[in-house]
Each structure stands twice: as C-alpha cells, then as structure tokens.
Design a protein around this ligand. Structure first.
Ligand SMILES: Nc1ncnc2c1ncn2[C@@H]1O[C@H](COP(=O)(O)OP(=O)(O)OP(=O)(O)O)[C@@H](O)[C@H]1O
Ligand SMILES: [Mg+2]
Length: 390
C-alpha cells in the first residue's frame, strides 16, 4: 500500500500542508526544525493513533489552534480510500472514512499500515517496559485491528479498578471496611480482557521471533543471537513461592491465563489494596530482550543496542508482509532521521531491505546522509513550504 496524498490542518508547525506522493522512495530534505518529521509523524499517527516522538497528543495540535486534522488518501491494491482523523487535545479523536464519520475512531486502525524507524527506537532496548509494551500492542493492532477494542477496554478497566483499590485502601486505613464485592466484579473484567491481550501478544511474539533472529543476524553480522521472551507479571506473581513459571505455552491459552490472573489477583489483594494499584496483568508485563544469553538492557553495547532496535522494526516489517496473520497490504516504511545515526554497515543493510518496499518515506537534514541506492523523489521542506523537487 502507499499514501498518494497527504493534507494537514493545524498539525504541529503546519497551518495547512498539501502534498502528493508516489509509490517508491521519497526523501524529505531540509535544515533542522523545518517540519520534515512533522510530515511523516502525521502519517504514522494515522496508522497507530500514536506518535513515535511524544506520549501525549497535545503537542500535535498547532500551538494556538483548537484541533488538528490529518487526511490521507491511501491506495491499497489499486483501491483508494480517504482516511481522516481530527485531534482535539484532551478529547477522543474523531475519524472519517471516505468522508463518512465512523462511530468509533479506532475503526480506522488497520487501514493504513506503517513501520516507523527512528532514533527514539533505541529506547526499545534501553528504556522502560512501557515502550516495549507499546511496540507489541501497536504491531498487534496492525495485524489484528479488532484487538484495539480489547486493549482500550482493558486500559479502562484497570483505571477503574485502581480507583476502587485506592478507595478500598482509604476505607481500611480509616478503620472502615472495603467494598470487596464490587472489587470482585472488576477482577473478573480485568482478568477477561487482560487474558485476551496476553494470549494475543504471546501469539504475535511467536510469529515475530524468527524474524527478529534473522534480522539481527543480518544487521549485526551474526556475532551473537538475539532472543525475545514474554515476561508475564502473572507468572512472576504465581512463581514467587518457588513454583516454576510454566513457560510460554500456557500463555497462549486465554482461558488458562484468565484463571491464573484471577488467582494472582486474589493472592495479591491485600497488597493491591495497600498500594492502590493493579499489580498483575498485561500492563505490568515486559518483552525481555537478550543478546548472546545476556539481557540487552544494561549489557549490550551502544552499537548492539542499535542493531537490536533496528532488528525489531525490520522484523515487524517482515511480519506485516508475511501472511502468517492473513495480513494484507505491505506497510509503508518511514525512516525518520535514521541514516545519520547508523554506521555504514547498518546503513547498507537497512538500505538493502527497504529498496524493495512499496513506499519508503525518509527524512534527513542533509541529502548526502541518504544512501545512494535509495535515490528517488525528493521533497524540500522549508518552514511550511513543502516543495517537490523531483
Ligand atoms: N504543536 C506545535 N505547534 C507549532 N509548532 C510546532 C508544534 N510542534 C512542533 N512545532 C515546530 O515544528 C518544528 C520541528 O519540526 P520537525 O521536528 O518536523 O523538524 P525536522 O525538520 O524534522 O528537524 P530535524 O532535522 O531537526 O529533525 C519546530 O520548529 C517546532 O517548534
Ligand atoms: Mg526530524
């Protein structure tokens, strides 16, 4: 698939921007701070409803404006659709598809698939579990859009459950008694949605794993082996008393996971009430990354960490292209400022992989940083002037 047209209104630095794009390679070139990343960030946002740069949407709306609009014409197997998203900070997004409003914005998810490579990816390896969970969930939703609903239900349930745990803790400390029956109901809801999410993540990870291994071998010249494992907080909670954690297999069965979550919640209830937060479930899980048997975080060198981050993105691209998940539509590749960060070897490897893609959007402050084999169209970006050069 590819994006043939992009229109922005009050997005980031752009009051208005209109841009036509071709399949193949396009490089956005211009000095720092001129709005190159802003353009590709808009396309990425339309695909996952999240930015690769910021956690909150507030910064996406142009300073002083009330809302931002991203509109793109996406061509998938020769069939065009027009996707539109309106962002109002602090409120839910509103979406339209071919000009018709959608009852829920998340119905737009899955219509445009992107894989974004950016300097921020280093935090997949070096940063907190939160970034890795987001990585897993965004990929999962691209592969299986209906899981967006499960994910947002789960997040809502955890928020409400936490509020209830907090008030139960307050009641206990004040000498009263907590409303445990209501809490039971929320345990059940959290376990049901949480189990679906965990089973789906682990299933996805199983398909992704071989791609991560090959991609890492390719970018690192096979010095060591990359491993990625799912760390489930529910298994950790249950094995605290010395039992085995059961391995990955049971995690692919939602019924089993649901039962384990309920058991763990009842075991942890006093602690959860005391702390006022939910201590088990997919929101506390992690993807553990290892290189040559050692945890990548804390052990891997800077270059190794970069290779692994790159491998995770390349693997996502391969998985989205493969039909393991009845995935249709090759994703658009977005390479935001990555070439300047990579050494020659990794630069060439990445260039090799992306030359075959249907559409590749590259940003770079200097044209010379883009490898020669990625020669294609060029768009000069200067403030809000976006001009196609060739
Ligand atoms: N919400 C906003 N409202 C107005 N301007 C914004 C907003 N968010 C970002 N900007 C402006 O956009 C510019 C940054 O744009 P962008 O990150 O796309 O630059 P770039 O061309 O990718 O630069 P670099 O080469 O340094 O990566 C900055 O000048 C910033 O002030
Ligand atoms: Mg940039």
């Amino acid at each position: 698939m590819y994006v043939s047209d992009l229109a922005l209104t009050d997005f980031r630095s752009y009051p208005e921007a209109l841009l036509s794009l071709d399949p193949g390679i396009t490089a956005f070139v211009g000095p720092n701070g001129q709005g190159k990343t802003n353009l590709v960030e808009a396309i990425g946002y339309l695909s996952t409803f999240s930015s690769h740069r910021v956690a909150s949407d507030a910064a996406l709306v142009r300073h002083g404006a009330a809302r931002a609009i991203i509109q793109a014409r996406v061509v998938r197997e020769e069939r065009p659709s027009v996707l539109e998203l309106e962002l109002v900070s602090g409120k839910a997004n509103r979406a339209r598809l071919n000009r018709a409003p959608l009852p829920r914005a998340r119905e737009l998810l899955g219509m445009l698939r992107t894989v974004v490579f950016a300097p921020e990816d280093l935090s997949l390896v070096k940063g907190d579990p939160d970034g890795r969970r987001r990585f897993a969930d965004e990929l999962l939703v691209l592969l299986s859009p209906k899981l967006a609903g499960v994910r947002s239900d789960y997040e809502r349930v955890v928020r409400q459950r936490n509020a209830l745990l907090k008030s139960a803790g307050g009641a206990r400390r004040g000498g009263g008694s907590a409303d445990l029956r209501t809490l039971d109901v929320w345990d059940e809801k959290a376990a049901a949605a949480g189990a679906q999410l965990i089973a789906a993540r682990v299933g996805m990870l199983r398909s992704l794993r071989p791609h991560v291994q090959t991609a890492y071998e390719r970018v690192s010249s096979g010095q060591s082996e990359a491993e990625v494992t799912y760390r489930a907080s529910v298994q950790q909670a249950m094995s605290d008393d010395g039992g085995p954690d059961g391995g990955e297999e049971p995690l692919t069965n939602p019924d089993l996971v649901e039962a384990q979550l309920l058991e763990a919640m009842s075991k942890l209830r006093p602690k959860e009430i005391e702390r006022g937060v939910s201590l088990v479930g997919p929101h506390r899980d992690d993807l553990e990354l290892r290189l040559g048997g050692l945890p990548a975080k804390g052990y891997a060198s800077h270059g190794e960490s970069w290779s692994l981050a790159l491998a995770l993105r390349l693997a996502s691209y391969e998985l989205l292209k493969s039909d393991d998940w009845q995935a249709d539509g090759e994703p658009v590749l977005i390479l935001d400022d990555v070439f300047a960060e990579l050494d020659n070897r990794r630069r060439n490897r990445l260039a090799e992989v992306v030359t075959g893609a249907q559409q590749v959007l590259i940003t770079s402050a200097v044209a010379e940083d883009v490898p020669e084999e990625l020669d294609g169209a060029r768009v000069d970006v200067m403030g809000s002037a976006v001009t196609r050069v060739r």
